[in-house]
Design a protein around this ligand. Structure first.
Ligand SMILES: CC(C)(COP(=O)(O)OP(=O)(O)OC[C@H]1O[C@@H](n2cnc3c(N)ncnc32)[C@H](O)[C@@H]1OP(=O)(O)O)[C@@H](O)C(=O)NCCC(=O)NCCS
Length: 171
């Protein structure tokens, strides 16, 4: 399946014209506050190229452009990726980032719920995890709305403080 529809959103494959929007995501210090800093124009271009060439049959990674059903370019992304080393285990990780002008309207929760269901029903995942900075209250709230629970602290390479691992098992 190439796309997911929710009440207000269309999660679709990325397109080249999403690049300015994704710059607004990855180059905004506020959006990247709890990540490892902002990205450069080149980084964003490479990130988008990787999305454009992703094989839609790949069950290891699906990263969707989050768009409004009314159309337009991406307001962010939401997806699931098999992350090779989470405390020695390969686990499917859900990730989401939205442009700042799209925050606070429930789009983060709406897109993440759709991706959670897609990961379990279409990709056949049995677990889903999220790695979240303990100060990132909005992201923690999204994880909780997905039904995720705090599992443990994890120290990631290059970080100066532990992230929190949240997890969910297929019901
Ligand atoms: C995380 C993110 C996608 C949430 O998007 P959003 O559309 O604003 O989220 P929602 O509107 O669905 O809100 C989710 C919940 O978080 C709460 N929330 C939102 N911003 C908050 C904040 N700054 N502090 C505390 N709670 C907050 C909302 O009230 C809501 O709670 P509720 O379910 O009890 O009503 C968005 O904040 C973002 O892109 N952040 C930067 C990137 C990032 O940190 N990604 C996650 C990396 S782990």
């Amino acid at each position: 399946m190439g796309w997911i529809e929710t009440e207000r959103l269309l999660l679709r494959r990325f397109k080249p014209f999403d690049e300015p929007s994704m710059r607004q995501v990855f180059m905004d210090p506020k959006v990247m506050q709890y990540s490892m800093g902002t990205k450069s124009v080149e980084d964003v271009g490479q990130w988008l190229s990787a999305r454009l060439t992703e094989d839609p049959r790949d069950t290891g990674s699906r990263i969707f452009a989050v768009t409004l059903r009314s159309g337009g370019s991406a307001i962010g992304y939401c997806g699931v990726t098999d992350t090779p080393d989470i405390d020695g285990e390969e686990l499917p990780e859900i990730g989401y980032r939205l442009r700042r002008d799209a925050w606070g309207r429930g789009y983060g929760t709406e897109s993440a719920i759709a991706v959670r269901d897609y990961a379990f029903s279409t990709l056949g995942k049995t677990r889903l995890v999220a790695l979240i900075d303990p100060d990132n209250l909005a992201s923690i709230r999204v994880a909780e709305r997905l039904g995720m629970v705090f599992l443990k602290q994890i120290m990631l390479p290059g970080y100066d403080h532990p992230d929190h691992l949240y997890g969910l098992w297929r019901g």
